[in-house]
Design a protein around this ligand. Structure first.
Ligand code: ZN
Length: 174
């Protein structure tokens, strides 16, 4: 089984600022949903991993998160794509949990649930925290860096999810 784990904001959707966390308004990044659909067609299971500390801090509720995710899934389904699962940390910083980035707990849990080896799981990150968490759990990180800053970890740098997908599918002959 092939699994790829995407950061939501900055990979599928435009990066958004707290406190809404993108719940109120979101925009798909150009070509991102199409690229995710191609992964599904190529036999990948596609999961999301993200932090929703705004839940723990009371800035938004689960209903608005689910409404946003339903919109993303609906847009993706219209392209023939699918998100297999959405993993998230709902805790506030003071909860001191193991699943908040840059700790690797969320990714370790995800790998365990799919019964895969960490190094067999591809991750697409757009933020340093996400990339560090995935790397801490031993997953293979591909970076989509929008900011002008340097790539924070030793990850291959791409301009978009589409570029990552082109790379992965070319490597596997699909
Ligand atoms: Zn957490």
């Amino acid at each position: 089984m092939k699994l790829i784990v995407l950061e939501r904001d900055g990979v599928l959707c435009s990066p958004v600022e707290e406190p809404t966390g993108g719940v109120a308004a979101w925009q798909a990044l150009p070509g991102a949903l199409e690229a995710a659909a191609r992964l599904h067609h190529a036999g990948y299971r596609v999961a999301l991993a993200l932090e929703l500390s705004g839940l723990g801090r009371g800035l938004f509720d689960m209903g608005s998160v689910q409404a946003m995710h339903a919109q993303i899934l609906g847009r993706l389904a219209a392209l023939g794509g699918r998100i297999d699962a959405i993993f998230f940390c709902p805790h506030a910083p003071e909860d001191d949990c193991d699943c908040a980035f840059p700790s690797g707990g969320l990714f370790r849990d995800l790998v365990e649930r799919y019964a895969l080896e960490p190094e067999d799981v591809n991750v697409v990150s757009s933020t340093e925290r996400h990339a560090q968490a995935a790397a801490a759990a031993g997953l293979r990180v591909h970076g989509v860096w929008h900011a002008d800053g340097a790539a924070p970890i030793d990850a291959t740098r791409f301009d978009s999810l589409e570029a990552v997908v082109n790379h992965l599918l070319a490597a596997t002959g699909r």
